[in-house]
Design a protein around this ligand. Structure first.
Ligand SMILES: Nc1ncnc2c1ncn2[C@@H]1O[C@H](COP(=O)(O)OP(=O)(O)OP(=O)(O)O)[C@@H](O)[C@H]1O
Ligand SMILES: [Mg+2]
Length: 234
């Protein structure tokens, strides 16, 4: 089966300084792979490189068999890739409705889109007129995920969505993403430091250390918890 995402020997970084070093990774269709790792190891750099925000210094990126290495972010996004970055990604001064609208290909899909967003997170349709910047941190993350799902992605790149959130919000995000996986078979490359959240969603894990993937395996293997703990020193 053609992988949803295939990285072969990719290296990239910022200017002359390489952060990623010859990263190989394969994500099967419908699979969720969690990339774990401590701060500053290159996890966000990995997603930015796949999205085309950073140039490839070396290697190949294939999306459902098609080479996309070197393509700009809007072209990658058009191939049904939804990216939820770690840093602020909503339009703070726009309403909830306008932020959702940005996830839709056509304006006439708005009514259906809002309905769908309400199925994912029921609070959203009641807050359409509220400025996104005045939502709580957890609500903003849920809006971000709803907007990403409205694009009907084949691949999601999710960067530390649980950072700073309380357990009940993390659980709602987990439930929503699991439901989407079952409904659509979307593939997800999940960057996480919350191992519990990652275990609830992912079938496989990989650990990134100083720009390299140093370990990969089944998420629910016998010795997985111990291996992950050893890498993260928890
Ligand atoms: N815009 C930038 N310019 C220069 N160096 C950068 C830039 N962004 C990140 N880096 C460096 O690249 C390395 C990897 O950063 P990256 O953001 O990918 O780490 P991360 O694993 O996502 O960390 P965290 O878990 O804290 O988000 C770090 O040393 C960081 O300082
Ligand atoms: Mg990061």
């Amino acid at each position: 089966m053609t992988p949803a995402l295939e990285l072969q020997g990719i290296s990239s970084g910022y200017g002359e300084a390489l952060v990623l070093r010859e990263v190989d990774l394969t994500l099967a269709p419908g699979e969720v792979l969690a990339v774990l790792g401590k701060n500053g190891m290159g996890k966000s750099t990995l997603l930015k490189t796949v999205m085309g925000f950073l140039p490839l210094a070396a290697g190949q990126v294939r999306l459902f068999g098609e080479s996309i290495g070197g393509h700009p972010p809007h072209v990658v996004a058009r191939a049904a890739v939804a990216y939820t970055p770690q840093e602020q990604a909503l339009f703070q001064d726009l309403s909830v409705e306008d932020n959702l609208r940005l996830g839709l290909r056509r304006d006439r899909q708005l009514r259906v889109g809002i309905e769908r967003a309400g199925e994912i997170f029921p609070f959203l349709p009641q807050r359409l007129a509220q400025r996104a910047g005045t939502l709580s941190g957890g609500e903003q993350k849920m809006l971000l995920v709803a907007r990403a799902l409205l694009c009907q992605p084949r691949l999601m790149l999710i960067d530390e969505i649980t950072e700073g959130l309380q357990p009940s919000v993390i659980e709602r995000l987990s439930v929503a993403l699991r439901a989407e996986c079952e409904r659509t078979g979307v593939s997800i490359l999940l960057i996480e430091q919350n191992v519990g959240f990652a275990r609830g969603l992912a079938q496989r894990y990989a650990v990134m250390k100083r720009g390299e993937l140093v370990d990969q395996g089944a998420m629910h293997g016998e010795d997985t918890a111990a291996r992950i703990a050893a890498h993260l020193n928890v």
